[in-house]
Write a protein that binds this ligand. Sequence first.
Ligand code: SF4
Length: 385
Amino acid sequence: MKNSYQQNNLNKKSECSLQISEIQETYAYSSDRQILVSELWAVRGHCDELRAKKIAKRSGLPLKWFDATPSLNGEKGVKKLQAERGILLLRNRTSSFIEQFQHPIGRCSKFYKLTAYNNCNFWCEYCYLYLTFRTMPISTHFVNYDKMFKEIINFDKAKIPDVLRVLNLGELCDPLAVEDVTGFAEELIPFIAEETQKTRLLFLTKSDCIDSLLDLNHKNKSIMSFSVNTNMVYQQLEHRTASPEERLKAARRLRQAGYEIRLRIDPVILYSTWRKDYIDLVEKVFSYVKPERITIGEYRPSKGLASHISSRFPESPLLKINAGLISEGTKLRYPDEHRLAMFKVIVDTIKKHDRKVKVALCKEDIKIWKTLGMTINGLQCNCLG
Ligand code: SF4
């Protein structure tokens, strides 16, 4: 007997339009938001009870209490995804909410991240968090906000260069994926506006769950950054997210509400119609919104990610793509000539629309920047102030 995932992948081998509709049906997209999270879980003695009950009441979701964090059933494919990313575990964070990011080979600034979630309820096939949270893969939201607020106040008072005063919420999660469930950003954004002097927030998302943010008092201290990609990448690899067009519509509405908008085009993936598709994507971006910055990144999986992809998406096209990549440090990457070709097409199309928009490459080798005639001095990329 074949499960729905296996059946889906048999269907994938038939014509393209059928393939796309079958995938959408199997993974259920975020327009039906309640499907992202079917239950809330909490562990007695390790979770702010009042906050957990408030989230359960707001979302209308059942809240199950456990004596210890439940272990997973070892299933594969869709069942594994549902077990890990179909629920939301609520618990207190014992380590710091605010930490400094450090790139292993120094290809990125040491920006600060604020970790309010571990993991995500979307199911992107390339998600590096399958590897990051391999020992604790249940999507988690940290509910002891009082501790987080105190850390933010201390961060605001600390002597930190202005360029690093942005707290990045998108390093270990999608911070808006389940905003309708938790109401987290709805509480944090006005807190930052009222209680801090110099701190800003950076939300990086593939969600269009922004209705509750439009009328907030944000004082332009929260930056909304949308990760966008071609329709092909979305349809094949970004399951349960809002579509790129829905994200751009959300970006336009937030821009109208006074938020700063940034975009990421990441991961850029090479496939037969990539050139036309990425040009179309950039055209579409500018038909909806004028971003302050655009940061571009190629598909660059960690070497250990493939087994985590295959246990969830055994037929993933990424497994074949990985075979054509080259090794660079702890990552696999496209050979230089492919990276240069992809970046050049995207950067040229952006510049055709807006010569002043700040364009950066994410965690890219200096020689690639130079060959493209781009300057890394005074870096103005997604995660910095
Ligand atoms: S939206 Fe980001 S964090 Fe969520 S599954 Fe996709 S890549 Fe992972």
